[in-house]
Design a protein around this ligand. Structure first.
Ligand SMILES: Cc1ncc(COP(=O)(O)O)c(C=O)c1O
Length: 472
């Protein structure tokens, strides 16, 4: 029994149609609202019994077009300004198609996709100024990349016995700024250290880590018999886009002989822009760096990356000797070290192709222009907010994130702004998200999509103005 057809012509015709339709779907993105709520009856249709009989592919495609395609997460849309989401790009879309059909397993062995991934890792290191022979791995996203960094830092602090004996109550302590992403405490939790092992360092009014508080915390923990083992600097905080003083943190980590990790989930991409690279000074000194190509670099999901300066330590954290996965000097089982020894996954898809094709199609100059565009739009939005007395800016704009709110109105301003954001999303005009800044509910516009223009910023503010006036 084969799953292949006798005659490929129908598959070929359907495949061509799918590609044409999806290209139209992207090309015509501006004609659609940014987001639409999926009706309950369509959700219900997706809840079907496990299929026992086959269904013809044209019917499946029809279901995709009717049940799935109109209800996207809005990433592709220029009016998507919520959370931290990249918009995808044409080279990346086509690479996904190729990788899907190619369907290789990038856990290891001797084939070209492994070489493509190695090249992408070397380019990633070059992007931020880390050594090009640094270790690294493509992963789902920065949550996994940060998790890997914690495990490598734990291994560096406790030696290889930690892999056999576990923590043995070693009182390890890590540090990150108060606005660090939630995946950092979760990584400590998953690494068996517990979230209490993360000591939160306060930030100044600029939302950057107070580095003298970091120095004091390390000294106090040492005096109390704890083992400081990891400092996480954030390059682009999720709430406001603030960038920690990475050079100062690198100095402190080096002086205290502690692992220096940078969470640059989106901010590391700013290293491509000559305008914004100076903000990241010190990133090149990181022992490890987590970041995503699927955010500001616009590679289709998912495309996370971990870089580790010393590949031997990364191997020392994950490598296993297994008879059924022996790495040979020749044959298909050759080409060590295999990616499966650099992280927790054995089977892995060909994530590298969409990154390789995106970087080659647009070059670092093209992606730097995307970074500059997002930062310019953020400054434009902040300036327009400054001109409107009914709006207030809630945090300084460093990169491409703007936190603000409607500051005039009757009743609970938090509720007013929260409802405004939901109304905006449901109106289809724009999709910012929310967060809390200094106790105030903020409208958060994160300008990651490469299709967003000044007109989209104007539409966002016009949409807010109309909603506010209709509520009065
Ligand atoms: C600063 C920061 N770190 C980590 C993450 C987690 O990244 P991912 O969603 O790729 O797991 C994010 C996500 O927005 C982030 O902004």
């Amino acid at each position: 029994m084969t799953l292949d057809p006798q005659d490929w012509s129908e598959i070929r015709a359907l495949g061509h149609r799918m590609l044409d339709d999806m290209i139209d779907w992207v090309a015509e993105v501006r004609a659609r609202p940014v987001w639409g709520h999926m009706p309950a009856e369509l959700r219900q249709e997706l809840r079907a019994p496990l299929p026992t009989h086959g269904t013809p592919l044209p019917k499946l495609y029809e279901d995709f077009q009717r049940l799935i395609l109109p209800y996207s997460s809005a990433n592709e849309h220029p009016a998507m300004m919520g959370w931290v989401n990249g918009g995808g790009n044409p080279a990346g879309y086509l690479a996904e198609l190729l990788a899907g059909i190619f369907s290789v397993n990038c856990g290891g062995r001797d084939h070209a996709a492994i070489e493509v991934e190695r090249q992408v890792i070397a380019w990633a290191a070059r992007m931020v100024g880390m050594p090009v022979n640094a270790g690294g791995l493509l992963v789902t996203g920065s949550s996994m990349a940060n998790m890997i960094a914690v495990l490598v830092a734990r291994r560096a602090a406790l030696g290889e016995t930690v892999r056999r004996h576990g923590l043995q109550s070693a009182p390890l302590v890590a540090y990150a700024q108060a606005g660090a992403h939630g995946c950092i405490p979760r990584a400590l939790d998953m690494a068996g250290l517990g979230t209490d092992a993360l000591h939160s360092i306060p930030v100044g009014p600029d939302h950057r880590m107070d580095v003298s508080a970091l120095r004091d915390a390390i000294a106090q923990d040492r005096a109390a018999g704890r083992i400081p083992f990891l400092v996480v600097g954030t390059a682009g905080t999720v709430d406001t886009g603030a960038v920690d003083n990475l050079a100062a943190i690198a100095d402190i980590a080096a002086g205290a002989k502690i692992w220096f990790h940078v969470d640059g989930a989106f901010g590391a991409t700013a290293a491509l822009s000559p305008r914004f690279r100076p903000l990241l000074a010190g990133i090149e000194r990181a022992d490890s760096l987590a970041f995503d190509f699927h955010k500001w670099a616009q590679v289709p999901y998912d495309a996370g990356c971990i870089l580790v300066r010393d590949q031997a330590l990364q191997l020392g954290t994950f490598a296993q000797s297994l008879a059924y996965l022996t790495q040979e000097q020749r044959g298909l089982a050759g080409n060590p070290p295999w990616p499966r020894d650099l992280g927790p996954d054995l089977s892995r898809g060909f994530r590298a192709l969409k990154i390789w094709m995106t970087l080659r199609a647009y070059g670092t100059e093209g992606l730097a222009a995307v970074v500059d565009n997002g930062c310019d739009l953020a400054r434009y939005l902040a300036a327009r907010i400054g001109d409107e007395p009914w709006l207030e800016l809630l945090a300084p704009v460093t990169l491409n994130i703007v936190c603000f709110r409607v500051c005039r109105g009757v009743g609970d301003l938090d509720a007013l702004n929260r409802n405004l954001v939901a109304d905006l999303q449901e109106s289809g005009v724009a999709a910012p998200s929310t967060t809390t800044i200094d106790g105030k509910l903020a409208i958060r516009a994160a300008l990651f999509n490469h299709r967003t223009t000044h007109a989209d910023i104007d539409a966002l503010l016009d949409g807010i103005r109309k909603l506010v006036h209709s509520a009065v």
